[in-house]
Write a protein that binds this ligand. Structure first.
Ligand SMILES: Nc1ncnc2c1ncn2[C@@H]1O[C@H](COP(=O)(O)OP(=O)(O)O)[C@@H](O)[C@H]1O
Ligand SMILES: O=c1[nH]cc([C@@H]2O[C@H](COP(=O)(O)O)[C@@H](O)[C@H]2O)c(=O)[nH]1
Length: 281
C-alpha cells in the first residue's frame, strides 16, 4: 500500500488545520519490513495484492527499484491499490486510517506462491523467514496457523496496528512464530495493564507465545523465549518521525538474527536501527 503522511512541525490535536508537508511513500507493515530488509542487502519476495491501476504500477516500480522481488505479487484487475493516511504532529501520530480492503478482498490468493510449488508447497514447505502482518484477515491468519505449507517457516508476525492486534490470536502459540508488538498491543493481547515491556513479554510468554518481542518507544524493550528474558533500552535520540518505527525494529531484529547475532545483540541492533530511523537521520 501507499502511505500518505501529513506532517506539521508543532504539536497538534484532533480538529486542527495546519500547514505542513504531505508525502507519499511505499508503506504497509510488511512492505516497511521488506524495505528495511533490503537495506540490509537481503532480497525479500513480496506477497501481497497490488491493483493494476497507475498507483499500483508506481508502487511495484518503486519496490523493484529498492531491490525487492515483485514477481510474485497478486495483481487483481478490479481492485484499487490500498492506502494508509496519517497525520503527525511534533507530539506524534494524531490519527490514521488504513484502507487495506483490496488485500482483504484478495484473501488467500496472495499466498499462492507458497502453496503451488513456486516458493513452497504442502509436500515441500518453504523453510525460510516469512514476515506476516495483521493486515491479513483473521480467517487467513487462522488458515496459515494450520496450513502444512507454513509448518517449516520461521514466522515473524506483527499486528499492523493496535486495532488489528486481536487478529494475531490464532498464531500466538504457533511453535514457529515470533511475535513483535508494542506495549499497547501487548496489553490488548494479554487483556491486562502492563507496567513495562519486560512484564509484557513475560505475560505473553505466560499466554503461550513461543518467542515474543515487546517495544515501548524510547523506553526499555524486551525479548522472551523458552523461559528466558532479555531487555535493553534504545539509544536516546530526538524524535523526528514515528510512523514505521516498530516495523524498522522488527526488520533489523530479523536481519540481526539471520546474521547469527546472539539474543542480546540482536535486540540491541534492532533498537539502535529503530532509534536511528526515529531520529530521521
Ligand atoms: N522516542 C524514541 N527514541 C528512541 N527510539 C525510539 C523512540 N520511539 C521509538 N523508538 C525505537 O523504535 C522502536 C519501536 O517503537 P515503538 O513506539 O515501541 O513501536 P511502534 O512503532 O510499533 O509503536 C523502539 O523500541 C525504539 O527502538
Ligand atoms: O492497519 C494498518 N495500520 C498501519 C499500517 C502501516 O503501519 C505503518 C505505521 O505504523 P506505526 O504508526 O505503528 O509506525 C505505516 O507504514 C502503515 O502503512 C498498516 O499496514 N496497516
Amino acid at each position: 500500500m501507499w502511505d500518505i503522511i501529513g506532517r506539521h512541525d508543532q504539536e497538534m490535536v484532533a480538529g486542527n488545520d495546519r500547514p505542513g508537508r504531505i508525502t507519499r511513500l511505499p508503506g504497509g507493515v510488511a512492505l516497511n519490513i521488506a524495505m528495511t530488509l533490503a537495506r540490509f542487502d537481503l532480497k525479500p519476495v513480496l506477497l501481497s495484492a497490488v491493483g493494476t491501476d497507475e498507483e499500483g504500477n508506481e508502487l511495484v516500480r518503486a519496490c523493484a527499484t529498492m531491490g525487492m522481488d515483485t514477481t510474485q505479487l497478486y495483481r487483481p484487475k478490479d481492485l484499487p491499490t490500498d492506502r494508509y493516511m496519517a497525520i503527525e504532529g511534533a507530539n506524534g501520530l494524531i490519527a490514521a486510517i488504513a484502507d487495506a480492503h483490496s488485500l482483504e478482498a484478495a484473501g488467500s490468493e496472495v499466498l499462492t506462491p507458497l502453496q503451488d510449488g513456486t516458493l513452497g508447497s504442502a509436500l515441500k514447505p518453504y523453510s525460510g523467514v516469512i514476515a506476516l502482518d495483521g493486515n491479513l484477515t483473521e480467517s487467513l491468519l487462522t488458515q496459515i496457523a494450520s496450513d502444512a505449507c507454513f509448518k517449516d517457516a520461521d514466522l515473524r508476525i506483527a499486528p499492523a496496528s493496535p486495532g488489528k492486534v486481536m487478529r494475531l490470536m490464532p498464531l500466538l502459540t504457533h511453535p514457529k512464530a515470533t511475535i513483535y508488538v508494542n506495549l499497547e498491543e501487548a496489553e490488548l493481547l494479554t487483556q491486562q495493564k502492563l507496567s513495562d515491556a519486560k512484564s509484557g513479554a513475560e505475560a505473553l510468554a505466560q499466554k503461550g507465545a513461543t518467542r515474543v518481542l515487546v517495544t515501548d518507544g524510547a523506553r526499555q524493550a524486551a525479548f522472551a523465549e523458552s523461559g528466558q528474558i532479555w531487555s535493553a533500552t534504545p539509544p536516546k535520540v530526538p524524535q523526528m518521525r514515528v510512523t514505521g518505527a516498530g516495523d524498522t525494529f522488527m526488520a533489523a531484529h530479523i536481519a540481526a538474527e539471520l546474521a547469527g547475532r546472539s539474543p542480546e545483540d540482536a535486540l540491541t541492533d534492532g533498537l539502535a536501527a529503530a532509534a536511528h530511523y526515529v531520529s530521521g537521520l
